[in-house]
Design a protein around this ligand. Structure first.
Ligand code: K2U
Ligand code: ZN
Length: 184
């Protein structure tokens, strides 16, 4: 298993529509193993393959609370079969939009259909955080970020804030690498 780099805005790969998976084979399982390790290390509770630069319709998730036994979930070619009309606001974040949080409204209950880690077809009802997270991740598979549900101004400010933080991290890394005059 390996921890992969998580892409952040404004990486154009994040806007790609991910392609369906043919069969759940060992390569796809290895990808999901890496995604899960990457998600735990972030830390996060969900991750879409496109966030590690692989535009395939694959999602991993673990909603277990701190101190609980991990409950990894794997979703291949997930589809939303039905969604109710009762919208629930939730303060969302995203590993690809670090340190930005804002409220997004989504259907409070969805029925989904997907293939699991063994390639078996599953149909399941989701509500609460499970419904929020699976819809957030499925947005990723369609090239949609949670900030795309916000106003244009909020979205632009979020992207500028992430880019500025990225530049500051790069500048600090350069300073750490460049020997100071005194040290020469
Ligand atoms: O897609 C991602 O970046 C993973 C998100 C999933 C998520 C977003 C919004 C609401 C629920 C899940 C990350 O896990 S964001 C970090 C996080 C952690 C705990 C609870 C909510 C968000
Ligand atoms: Zn996200």
């Amino acid at each position: 298993m390996a921890i992969r780099r998580i892409l952040t805005v404004p990486d154009p790969v994040l806007k790609q529509v991910s392609t369906p998976v043919g069969a759940v084979d060992d390569d796809i399982r290895a990808l999901m193993d890496d995604m899960l390790e990457t998600m735990y290390a972030a830390p996060g509770i969900g991750l879409a393959a496109v966030q590690v630069g692989v535009p395939k319709r694959v999602i991993v998730m673990d909603l277990a609370r701190e101190g609980e036994e991990p409950q990894p979930r794997y979703f291949v070619n997930p589809e939303i079969v039905t969604a109710n009309r009762d919208l629930l606001p939730y303060e969302e974040g995203c590993l690809s939009v670090p340190d930005i949080y804002d409220e997004v409204e989504r259907p409070s209950q969805v029925r989904i259909r997907y293939m699991n880690y063994d390639g078996e077809q599953v149909e399941e009802d989701c509500e609460g955080l499970y419904a929020v997270c699976i819809q957030h991740e499925m947005d990723h598979l369609n090239g949609v970020l949670f900030i795309d549900h916000l106003s244009r101004l909020k979205r632009q400010r979020a992207i500028q804030k992430v880019k500025k933080a990225e530049r500051q991290r790069e500048d600090e890394a350069e300073e750490d690498e460049a020997p100071s005059a005194a040290a020469i």
